[in-house]
Design a protein around this ligand. Structure first.
Ligand code: DAH
Length: 342
C-alpha cells in the first residue's frame, strides 16, 4: 500500500474510532494508538515519509500534515464531548431542588435530671469537690455493713432494696461510694458522687423504683458540724439563689452522728407558706451529718485524728422543686410534649 493510501485509510479508521470513545481512558488509549512515540500508527507512517521518492514527497508530506491535523482536531472535539457528558451527568445526579420542604431534625437537649445534676455538680466543683462514680451493683458490705447498718438492724427498713444472687444488690443509696473512696485514699477527702439508686418502693407521685442521688463526703483533721452547715448553706444559695436561708433539723442516719435534715426556706413563696412547702415555709433538700466513727474505723481511718461530714440528696426531688413538678414520673416517661416545655 502506498503511503498516500495508508494515510487515507488511517484517517477513515480514526474518524470511525474516535467518535466511539466514551471515556477519558478510552480516548487516551486511542491517542497512544495513533500518536504513541514508539509504535503509534500515524507516527510510524510519518517516520516513513523520508523514504518516499523525492518527487512524491511534497504531496505525501502535505497529506500527512493534513491527516495529522484532522485527527488531532477529532481528538479535541471528542475530549470536549466526553468532558461535557460527564459534567452533565454529574450535574443531573447532584441536582438539588431548593424548593422542596426541608427535613427538620429536632435538636437534642439536656434532660431535666441531667441539667439538675450538672448544676449541683457545678456548685460543688466551685467549692473544690471532685466528682467520682461507683458501682450500681453492690455487696451488702458497701451498701449497708460498712455504713454502720448491720444485718437485721431495724434501720434497714429505710432502704427496701432489690437483692440479686450471691449477696449482691442494686445499690439503694450512693452512700456506698463513701466507703469505696475512703478505702482507696487517705484524708483529706472531698468528693461528691452522683449516680442511680434502686429501691422497692411502690410508684407514686414522689416515688420511683429507680432514682438518682448525689452523695457528698469531706474528711480531714478538725472538721466540725459548722463546716457542714457552712458548706450546705453555700450550696443552697448557689443552687436556689443567694437569698435562701437554711435550717438544720435533727434526724437519724446510722452512718452519721449527729444527723440532720437540711431545710431551705421555700423559694416559691419566700417562706410565707404554699403548696410546695406544704404551708411550712421550709423544704427539705437532703440528709446530712458528721461521719460516724464506726464508718471511719471500717475504712481504716483514725476517728481520733480525722472527722468529716457527709450528705446525700435526691436529684429527682431537687429537680421537682426547681421546675415545680408535682409528679416524679414525668421525669422517666420521656414524653416529648412534657420535655419540650423546658
Ligand atoms: N443515703 C441517705 C438516703 O439514702 C441519704 C444520706 C443521709 C446520705 C445522710 C448521707 C448522709 O451521706 O450523711 O436516704
Amino acid at each position: 500500500m502506498s503511503v498516500l493510501e495508508q494515510l487515507n485509510q488511517l484517517r477513515s479508521e480514526a474518524e470511525g474510532e474516535i467518535v466511539k470513545a466514551s471515556s477519558q481512558q478510552e480516548i487516551d488509549e486511542l491517542w497512544v494508538r495513533f500518536f504513541g512515540r514508539k509504535a503509534g500508527e500515524l507516527t510510524t507512517i510519518l517516520r516513513g515519509v523520508k523514504d518516499v521518492p523525492a518527487e512524491e514527497r511534497p504531496s505525501v508530506g502535505k497529506l500527512a500534515n493534513e491527516v495529522k491535523a484532522q485527527i488531532e482536531e477529532l481528538f479535541k472535539i471528542q475530549k470536549e464531548r466526553i468532558y461535557q457528558d460527564s459534567l452533565n451527568e454529574r450535574l443531573a445526579s447532584e441536582k438539588i431542588d431548593v424548593t422542596l420542604p426541608g427535613v427538620w431534625n429536632k435538636p437534642g437537649r439536656i434532660h431535666l435530671l441531667n441539667a439538675t445534676m450538672r448544676r449541683i455538680k457545678e456548685v460543688f466543683k466551685g467549692l473544690g469537690y471532685s466528682v467520682v462514680s461507683g458501682p450500681e451493683v453492690e455487696t451488702d458490705y458497701y451498701n449497708f455493713e460498712a455504713l454502720n447498718i448491720p444485718a437485721n438492724h431495724p434501720s434497714r427498713e429505710m432502704w427496701d432494696s432489690f437483692f440479686l444472687r450471691e449477696g449482691l444488690l442494686m445499690r439503694s443509696q450512693t452512700s456506698s461510694n463513701q466507703i469505696h473512696v475512703m478505702e482507696k485514699q487517705d484524708p483529706p477527702v472531698r468528693i461528691i458522687s452522683p449516680g442511680k439508686c434502686y429501691r422497692r418502693d411502690s410508684v407514686d407521685a414522689t416515688h420511683f423504683w429507680e432514682f438518682h442521688q448525689i452523695e457528698g463526703l469531706l474528711v480531714d483533721e478538725k472538721v466540725t458540724f459548722s463546716d457542714l452547715k457552712g458548706t450546705l448553706e453555700l450550696f443552697a444559695k448557689g443552687m436556689f439563689g443567694s437569698r435562701r436561708k437554711t435550717r438544720f433539723n435533727p434526724s437519724y442516719f446510722p452512718f452519721t452522728e449527729p444527723s440532720a435534715e437540711v431545710m431551705v426556706d421555700c423559694f416559691v413563696c419566700e417562706g410565707k407558706g404554699c403548696r410546695v412547702c406544704k404551708n411550712s415555709g421550709w423544704i427539705e433538700i437532703m440528709g446530712s451529718g458528721m461521719v460516724h466513727p464506726h464508718v471511719l474505723r471500717n475504712v481504716g481511718y483514725d476517728p481520733e485524728k480525722y472527722t468529716g461530714f457527709a450528705f446525700g440528696m435526691g436529684v429527682e426531688r431537687v429537680a421537682m422543686l426547681t421546675y415545680a413538678l408535682d409528679d416524679i414520673r414525668v421525669l422517666f416517661e420521656n414524653d416529648q410534649r412534657f420535655l419540650d416545655q423546658f
